[in-house]
Write a protein that binds this ligand. Structure first.
Ligand code: CU
Length: 160
């Protein structure tokens, strides 16, 4: 019985020492971590945000610009987070159109699903994509980059 208690005491003492050591080590470790992170947190956050944005664009996956017929009417559109200018385009049915898209800030595209129209422009770039709408009506053009349409990046194509 006494031998068992002696063992328990030793074990308890050892455990206490180990516990205290553990606290010391943990304390030093967390201090070091905090001082390291303190200097870098701001920069890292910015970089991560920019990388996330780039990744988003990559995931969006842009197809080749849609073909442009000869002698198309060129319509200049500016893309800016998160809107198109103009937000309304009028064309005639059967008219060959070339959308000349310029992005002022980040990668945007202009896509019209029903007409297989697609043109993407990176920051500061201008790109062209064409379409011909044979059926009069209203079509929606939008940006397929993740989150942009939801942020309001839509416009209306009116075919008369
Ligand atoms: Cu966009």
């Amino acid at each position: 019985m006494s031998a068992g208690r002696e063992l328990m005491k030793r074990f308890a003492a050892l455990a206490t020492v180990l516990f205290a050591l553990g606290l010391l080590l943990a304390g030093c470790g967390s201090d070091d971590d905090q001082s390291d992170q303190g200097g870098d947190t701001g920069d890292q956050t910015d970089e991560e945000m920019m990388e996330t944005g780039d990744d988003g664009h990559d995931e969006g996956g842009h197809n080749e610009s849609s073909d442009i017929a000869a002698d198309s009417r060129r319509i200049e559109v500016t893309a800016d987070s998160f809107a198109f200018d103009p937000a309304e385009i009028r064309v005639a049915a059967g008219e060959d159109i070339a959308i000349v898209l310029t992005s002022t800030d980040i990668l945007h595209d202009l896509t019209i699903d029903e007409l297989d129209a697609h043109v993407a422009a990176d920051r500061g770039e201008t790109a062209e994509g064409g379409f011909t709408a044979d059926e009069p009506g209203r079509y929606t053009y939008y940006c397929t980059v993740a989150g942009h349409r939801e942020a309001g990046m839509e416009g209306t194509l009116i075919v008369e």
